[in-house]
Design a protein around this ligand. Sequence first.
Ligand code: KIV
Length: 266
Amino acid sequence: MSYFTIHDFLKKKKEGNKITMLTAYDYPFARIVDEAGIDAILVGDSLGMVVQGLENTLPVTMDEMIYHTKMVTRAVNHAMVIGDMPFMSYQTGVNDAVRNAGRFLKEGGAAAVKMEGGAEVADHIRAMTKSDIPVMAHIGLTPQSIHRMGGYKVQGKTEEAAKKLLEEARIVEEAGAFSLLLEAIPMELSKQISKELTIPTIGIGGGPHCDGQILVLHDVIGLFERFVPKFVKKYASLKDDALKAVQSYKEEVENGSFPSKDQSFR
Ligand code: KIV
């Protein structure tokens, strides 16, 4: 089977077919996501919260992102793998952005990167794409800006804020982004942005009119319950299942029913 590419992103938009994305951070879960036929996997810096147990994504480092990206790329046969640029891997300048984005492709085996920001990272996007590093832009709620935004809040709710986001969307497309992630913005605004742009939009809390959707895998399968945003739909309860399994194991070891003859050697 061939790999999904940035050209398939555009093709799907042109043909009116929805793009499917999920995050994954390690080999076993990336295998599942890939086997399900999801188009692209984001190795998101959300791993800081759902895997590392951090309060937010800010402490996640480039080395940690590369470590997880390697596990994911080893697992896939079809999905396109996109590495997420962590806090301070690009805010410090265009050269740092190119160097760190390059690490995702060179060391991690990813096919593209995602980077938070609009107009302020247009030069970064230009330099990265010029270096043959495809970039997915990310506007709306950008979790690395949590302290400026004052929390995880829906963005673009006023007329002025919506106009600004639409302008940012045009700027990142013009700078060369192959796709644009829209996080936590009103659905009418994502509808307008998706209609105006040639590149596909991927929504997370962006409503049904985006050209594709992404969610954090651990939210979808019920493995992360510290907080569940309104835009999440939970499709399984793996935390509950795992807890039950571990409790049963403990009970059986304690009452002597595990191991039985079946799990023992003669
Ligand atoms: O890090 C992440 O998981 C993200 C989400 C928007 C998908 O950026």
